[in-house]
Design a protein around this ligand. Structure first.
Ligand code: ATP
Ligand code: BTN
Length: 261
């Protein structure tokens, strides 16, 4: 891939501007800098090799040259988006799911709030970062990493949750640039649905472990155990506790796991 070929590949999509770099530390860092310098709305940064990919809380995201996708999309904050900033990561996770379904016939689900799973394994992660000017959201960067070929799956000891790849789930080779096109088309197409009733229905409909016993580890410490009941209208995770009550957990630095046993 190169700058010209990427522009050509995506030329039919309503993107602001497109940047391809052979190698970079993190496309989210590049996109945040570009946003500060005045990147147009719906601009894309994509790389062939990301050397210091980040997840939440500076946790590492591993990419493999020639086998993964690593890219970030910049959205200017429209009138509805500041309130919806916390929904951007699940929105991007849903866009990846829909692209995998329509272009490859796969049935992915979402480990709340936004990890994309196939066959119970994480195949894509999302890091959404907003830039604030006091209470005003200036823009957001949505970074997406996808394990496309099987050699992009990091060794298990580097992970806290099992990882998989798109090719492993599809049982065939997948053109990662066609997949990039499908994901970006979906992101641009679905943007106006963020926070709508349909958005929450789709999110809940794709929820992994729904009705199953799970454990949630909130950042303040401790553990919430119970049955995964669904998503609240605010996007929190609703857990049915053993005493018959429910507890809602807000997204943030929260880890969700199926309960052992
Ligand atoms: P959690 O794993 O606690 O649910 P998370 O899935 O939202 O959190 P982050 O907190 O953003 O993830 O951190 C990134 C995590 O992704 C790391 O903990 C690492 O285990 C995992 N990871 C890194 N690279 C890959 C990859 N290529 N495929 C799958 N998982 C990865
Ligand atoms: C997660 O693990 O859930 C989040 C991982 C997000 C990785 C992507 S790859 C492109 C962009 N650049 C980064 O440094 N992170 C995101």
């Amino acid at each position: 891939m190169d700058q010209i070929a990427l522009q050509e590949l995506l030329s039919a999509l309503p993107l602001g501007a497109v940047r391809y770099v052979d190698e970079t530390a993190s496309t989210n860092d590049d996109a945040l800098q570009w946003l500060a310098e005045g990147a147009p709305d719906a601009s894309l940064v994509c790389t062939g090799m990301q050397t210091r990919g980040r997840g939440r809380m500076e946790r590492a995201w591993y990419s493999t040259p020639g086998a993964s996708l690593a890219f970030s999309v910049i959205f200017h904050a429209g009138s509805a988006e500041p309130q919806a900033v916390s929904l951007l990561a699940p929105f991007a996770g849903l866009a990846v799911c829909k692209a995998l379904e329509t272009s490859l016939g796969l049935s992915p689900c979402i480990k709340w709030p936004n990890d994309v799973l196939l066959g119970g394994k994480k195949v894509a992660g999302v890091l959404a970062e907003a830039v604030w000017d006091g209470p005003v959201c200036r823009g957001v960067v949505i970074g997406i990493g996808v394990n496309v070929a099987s050699r992009s799956i990091p060794p298990m000891q580097a992970l806290v949750f099992p990882a998989g790849s798109i090719e492993q789930a599809a049982g065939r080779t997948v053109d990662r640039w066609e997949l990039l096109h499908a994901i970006i088309a979906e992101l641009l197409h679905s943007r106006s649905t963020i926070g709508s009733t349909g958005f929450f229905q789709e999110w809940e409909g794709r929820l992994a472990f729904k009705g199953e016993r799970v454990e949630v580890f909130p950042p303040a410490g401790g553990r919430v155990s119970g049955r995964l009941a669904g998503i609240t209208p605010a996007g929190s995770l609703r857990i049915g506790l053993d005493d018959g009550t429910t507890r809602d957990v807000e997204a943030g630095d929260v880890s969700l796991r199926p309960a052992p046993g």
